[in-house]
Ligand binder design. Structure first.
Ligand code: ADP
Length: 724
């Protein structure tokens, strides 16, 4: 007699999008077909949770396991994405579930698209025509295809009328997907005829794509040189070679404007799939589903689009690759540009980094031959780069309490007289960055936060730009009770605009900042010449093409040069090049004037001379000497607690337990400049290591040595960008 053979036990390791240390094993119920990457529902604690099968195993496990509940539907998370999750978790010293959470951003996308019924005018006629029915039929003719609700609204009738007409055959109902697939892009439509220089650059990128596999390039072209048109050619080449290929184009969030999307549609004849934080749940589930099913070809997205479950990713373009917003500093700390290169490598895809002011990291990679360096040194047609000059504020200061110096005012006057536009750039929202009491010197601070309240005059409020706290501006000083003693110190865009309006009463002055109600409207009016003087923050400096803009005035070129940030000089240089680059993008030449107290500063000098190399050489030497990125590695370990003593003790204990290794330096714990936020007390340890050290492994080993109480939050930031 033979024993009946026991069926082998099937187990699935399931990763949940949560901060758990690893994937958990479950028994797979008989008859359930599962593959790695499938979405499943499994019991977790007292509830059912959605997770992803990370591995399948056979044979008896060591302990009794819970059984999986069942499949959760949707297209599986592809292998490339799963490998990316594991890689990123290891690199950022995070549990893999935290990274998976960045992938699973739309549970709705696991279900098929909902459907809806839409109506068109049918051939039948209702037996009896009423006024309401007539209105509906007129509406159906005007709208073409419309839902019952839309028809009823348009005709101003109840939806019962629609039903009757459909039954009579006067309206034809058809079922359509609420989230339809995106139309296929056509790589062979004509783009703009490329200049010789552009054609040469495009040729280099095309050859890169033809070579196949992981390839990387830095597209290094001056502002307005037409980098977009050039990388479009690489996108087209990918599509021609493989009609199933997927392409991701990453842009800084604020550059995701209608104008930019229109350019995609013009070139490829269809809208790309969008992905950004402002997209609603409906747009998100559509993009997620279409990407996961392998149907979406071109995705245009912000930083987080990097985590989408692409099935056949062949090219990633990171536009404005130097942009500091690619670094995410809330929740999960990561540098999107760097992870884009990693993702391309894991997927065997190409990556193109594009910028007029590439980061030092990317330039050193290009110079070392790790990236193909593609140059675009000029603008197409007659457009030339703006002339850049400085205004020494020590010699020609503005009048007391004013912010526009006489030479800048003169230039604005000339520009207005020629009927051209000016942009005044100041990266400070609101009216004044500080409000203080003339009597007692009290400074208005945000509650429980080390940050000044910023005066916003349009709304009449004092606002904390760190926490979002706001209050009406008080009549009396809260410290000494003196009446009407609170005074505004320093300029914000509202104050500069006030001055411009006062001095040029005939000019049309507008403010453009993240507080503006409708950015798209301001951009459109600026393009159409309906604004003479635009006073704007960072948001006005990026990616726009204003053909009639010929003067850029930088109110404070020194902002950002100070501080303990190793990238401060680089960032200032990049911002100023980008702002200046807004001028003279069409037939008329432009100029940029920088108001500064230190015209001799090397960043400013290099800018005026148009000598990027000189600036970079100095920057590279300084960073190399100090072993700072990209010549060394950095990490920041942050501590936060409500109790100041607890945070101090934990940070000190942490520092004391640092593994001792050659080539690693530990700085701190120290108070960051913003030592208290929303009542949370903060401390920070900075780690600098030689390039040969595996920083992630070092920090992981260190973290595992220290037990920290739950009252103190510890965050790990590999390659920190923010030092405030
Ligand atoms: P960049 O990204 O390098 O700053 P863009 O790609 O935004 O530059 O191009 C700048 C402007 O020049 C855009 O308005 C674009 O339409 C225009 N442009 C680019 N290439 C050409 C070309 N070959 N012919 C005519 N206009 C062009």
């Amino acid at each position: 007699m033979t024993e009946p053979k026991a069926k082998p036990e099937r187990r699935a390791a399931v990763l949940f999008p949560m901060p758990l240390p690893e994937a958990f094993d479950y028994l797979v119920p008989d008859g359930l077909e599962l593959a790695v990457g499938d979405h499943v529902i499994a019991p977790l604690g007292k509830r059912m949770a959605h997770g992803v099968v990370w591995a399948l195993k056979e044979g008896p496990g060591e302990r009794a396991l819970k059984t999986l509940e069942g499949p959760a539907g949707g297209a599986p998370i592809p292998q490339g994405t799963r490998r990316f999750v594991d890689w990123v978790a290891k690199y950022l010293v995070q549990p893999p579930g935290i990274i998976l959470r960045s992938v699973l951003r739309s549970s709705e996308a696991l279900k098929p698209s909902p459907t809806e019924t839409v109506y068109t005018r049918g051939s039948g006629e209702p037996a009896r025509m009423t006024e309401a029915r007539e209105k509906v039929l007129d509406a159906a003719e005007a709208l073409g295809e419309a839902s019952a609700a839309d028809l009823a609204r348009e005709a101003g009738v109840s939806s019962g009328v629609i039903k009757g007409l459909a039954e009579a055959g006067a309206l034809t109902g058809l079922t359509r997907l609420v989230d339809p697939p995106f139309a296929e892009p056509d790589p062979d439509r004509d783009g703009l005829p490329l200049t010789v220089m552009q054609a040469e650059a495009a040729g280099k990128l095309r050859r890169l794509i033809q070579a196949g596999g992981f390839q990387s390039a830095l597209l290094d072209g001056v502002t307005g040189s037409g980098k977009t048109e050039v990388y479009f050619e690489a996108v087209a080449e990918v599509l021609r070679r493989d009609p199933e290929a997927q392409i991701l184009i990453m842009l800084p969030e604020i550059a995701l404007t209608e104008a930019v999307l229109n350019r995609f549609e013009k070139r490829f004849g269809s809208e790309p799939a969008l992905w950004h934080s402002g997209a609603g749940p409906k747009a998100r589930r559509r993009t997620f589903r279409e990407v996961a099913e392998g149907r979406a070809r071109i995705v245009v997205g912000a930083r987080s689009s990097l985590f989408l479950p692409f099935t056949k990713l062949r090219l990633i373009v990171v536009d404005e690759e130097h942009d500091p917003t690619y670094k995410q500093d809330e929740g999960l700390h990561y540098q999107g540009r760097d992870l884009a290169v990693v993702r391309a490598k894991l997927e065997g895809a190409s990556v193109i980094l594009a910028s007029a002011t590439p980061s030092l990291e990317s330039l050193t990679n290009a110079e070392a031959g790790r990236y193909v360096h593609v140059h675009l040194p000029g603008r197409p047609g007659v457009a030339v780069l703006p002339e850049i000059g400085t205004i020494d504020l020590r010699e020609t200061p503005p009048e007391n309490g004013r912010w526009l110096s006489p030479p800048l005012l003169e230039a604005m006057r000339e520009t207005l007289e020629r009927g051209e536009q000016s942009l005044l750039y100041l990266n400070r929202r609101g009216y004044a960055p500080l409000v203080l009491c003339r009597k007692c010197g009290h400074r208005m601070m945000s509650p429980d936060t080390q940050s000044y309240l910023v005066e916003h005059r349009y709304t009449g409020r004092l606002v904390c730009h760190v926490t979002g706290f706001s209050m009406p501006k008080p009549k009396r000083c809260p410290a000494c009770q003196a009446e009407d003693s609170l005074t505004s110190v320093g300029p914000g865009v509202e104050r500069v605009a006030e001055e411009a309006r006062h001095l040029f009463p005939e000019a049309r002055v507008e403010i453009y900042s993240s507080d503006s109600a409708s950015g798209a409207d301001i951009v459109a009016r600026m393009e159409q010449g309906e604004i003479d003087i635009l006073v704007g923050t960072q948001i006005a400096a990026k990616g726009h093409n204003f053909p009639n803009l010929t003067l850029v005035g930088v109110i404070d070129a020194d902002l950002g040069l100070a501080g303990g940030d190793p990238r401060a000089g680089e960032r200032t240089f990049q911002t100023l090049v980008q702002v200046a680059g807004r001028a003279g993008r069409a037939e008329r030449p432009g100029r940029a004037l920088l108001q500064t107290h230190q015209p001799e500063h090397e960043a400013i000098q290099a800018l005026v001379a148009g000598d990027r190399e000189a600036f970079l050489d100095a920057e590279i030497m300084a960073r190399e000497a100090l072993g700072l990125p990209p010549f060394g590695r950095m990490a920041a370990i942050g501590f936060m607690a409500m109790n100041p003593k607890a945070v101090e003790d934990v940070a000190a204990d942490f520092a004391a337990k640092a593994p001792v290794t050659d080539g690693v330096e530990i700085w701190g714990p120290a108070e960051p400049p913003r030592a208290v936020v929303r009542g949370w007390h903060r401390r920070r340890i900075l780690v600098r290591a030689d390039k040969t050290i595996d920083m992630s492994a070092y920090v992981r080993a260190w973290r595992s040595r220290v037990k920290t109480p739950p009252s103190v939050r510890v965050s790990i930031d590999i390659d920190p960008y923010s030092f405030i």
